[in-house]
Design a protein around this ligand. Structure first.
Ligand SMILES: [Zn+2]
Length: 467
């Protein structure tokens, strides 16, 4: 089960974009300052790799050396032009073409970059293609994915768990797989981040020998060709305001080095693509089933059973205590929650077996929280990132949590890894908060874990036990 809250809706409140006058060839180009980021660059790679694996299960990758090599050449040229202060030598930029007609491209943290075939076909020249890629690579170089996630963690009630490596996109990937998939990999960045990616993108373009105005032009091309609903890419990269003008203003301050003015390769690749069978839309791919199905596993790998010896955990804020098996790990989240799980049961952002303990204050709550409200809010939150989980409502029953009446239920569903999962959920109000425990195991293993789960539930105590 994925235990990250979908943070798409969280709005950024901090202005991270700063302008400084930097002397450059006598002109003042904008100096972009990457947002604060508590994560290490290696975390970006870890997250990006997970999300890339998920993405490639769901999107048909075009297997054509020539086309892929071409996109890679454009990408390499841009990456080499990233100013030194934004370079992360550990990042490994890679490029794949997705064989769908939609106008889109995305780059995952750490540099895993995907360009839709439709976008290459829509671009008027190599510069426009490079423009979208330079914008995407700027998000990667500025590490916007993990920075945004860190902000979301501060604000979200289902804060992620840094120790596991978090899941910027993995969290969304889980939701994507369950909700009918597409579009969820694409982070909706804040307008500040968009402006930063536009600015740095233009600078990278100029340094790589492209006309940075082509980045602005590409936005026009996307708007014109996007069709009725507009292209996905524009909705994932919202206009920070006066985008076209802002990029062109930046471009006017940028000297273009070793200008490249040759679209022969680009035109050749477009001809190659034209000769291929028509690309489907992502929607058609989603309906018709993918050429690559997610691999089916039957409960994933299992390891050592939970130890009978228990250790006691006390939350950093002192609000609660709970016991956990001595051979399990603890992963604290910034909101005071904790996940207990064996090492081997953590696969990226997913837990195959484990227990989550936490508390949150329901949004827009007025007055008294009922038992039903407590459980419903929790289930609603869980299903944001784990939409495959279904509740058997007839199975709701009264349980005891820290000495007071709580409501419990079972959720079931086939998770994106392809096996059946069971999630036992217990929640109750505590003052203006909801306190909860969530127990996760594959359906086939649940009985084996039940005694451990029950012992953990009984051991849970609260220091401020209201009501
Ligand atoms: Zn963007």
């Amino acid at each position: 089960m994925n235990h990250y809250k979908n943070f798409n809706r969280i709005i950024s409140g901090v202005i991270l974009f700063t302008m400084l006058a930097m002397p450059f060839a006598g002109l003042a180009q904008t100096h972009v300052i990457a947002p604060k980021n508590p994560y290490k660059a290696e975390d970006d790679i870890k997250l990006g790799r997970q999300a890339a694996a998920e993405a490639e299960k769901q999107f048909p990758i075009l297997n054509d050396r020539e086309v892929t090599d071409y996109v890679e050449r454009v990408g390499d040229r841009l990456v080499e032009a990233i100013p030194r202060e934004y370079q992360h030598p550990e990042f490994r930029f890679s490029y794949k073409v997705v064989n769908v007609s939609d106008l889109n491209a995305f780059a995952l943290p750490g540099g895993f970059t995907y360009v839709n075939r439709g976008l290459i076909e829509a671009a008027k020249n190599e510069g426009e293609l490079a423009g979208v890629m330079a914008h995407e690579l700027s998000h990667v170089a500025l590490r916007h994915g993990t920075a945004q996630y860190a902000k979301a963690q501060k604000l979200g009630i289902w804060a992620g768990i840094a120790a596991i490596g978090g899941a910027v996109l993995g969290g969304q990937a889980g939701a994507a797989a369950a909700q009918g998939l597409f579009g969820v990999y694409f982070m909706k960045y804040s307008r500040e981040y968009e402006r930063q990616a536009d600015t740095l993108g233009a600078q990278i373009m100029a340094r790589a020998g492209y006309d940075p105005r082509d980045l602005a032009n590409m936005f026009r091309t996307l708007e014109q060709q996007g069709g009725k609903s507009g292209p996905e890419w524009l909705s994932d990269h919202p206009n920070p305001g006066n985008r076209y003008e802002a990029i062109n203003r930046e471009a006017s301050m940028l000297p273009v080095s070793n200008r490249l003015r040759d679209d022969r390769d680009f035109n050749h690749i477009r001809a190659v693509l034209r000769d291929m069978p028509r690309a489907r839309t992502t929607q058609e791919v989603g309906r018709g089933g993918n050429t690559r199905q997610p691999t089916r596993r039957t409960g994933s790998r299992s390891g050592e059973p939970p130890s009978r010896a228990m250790e006691s955990y006390r939350s950093p804020n002192g609000n609660y205590r709970v016991n956990f098996p001595a051979n399990w790990q603890t992963f604290e989240s910034q909101d005071g929650g904790v996940t207990f799980a064996p090492d081997w049961a953590i696969e990226g952002n997913d837990i195959t077996r484990g227990v989550i303990v936490g508390a949150f204050t329901p949004k827009r709550q007025r007055g008294y929280i009922t038992l039903d409200k407590a459980l419903n809010t929790l289930i609603n939150d869980l299903s944001q990132t784990n939409a495959y989980l279904q509740e058997d409502q007839s199975g709701r029953y009264r349980e005891s949590l820290a000495g007071r009446e709580a409501l419990a239920t079972m959720l079931y569903g086939q998770n994106p890894s392809g096996y059946n999962e069971r999630v036992w959920v217990v929640a109750r109000p505590n003052g203006n908060e909801v306190v909860y425990m969530v127990f996760i195991a594959p359906e086939n293993d649940f009985r084996q874990y039940q005694p451990t789960f029950a012992a953990m539930l009984r051991s849970y105590s609260l220091s401020n036990n209201f009501r």
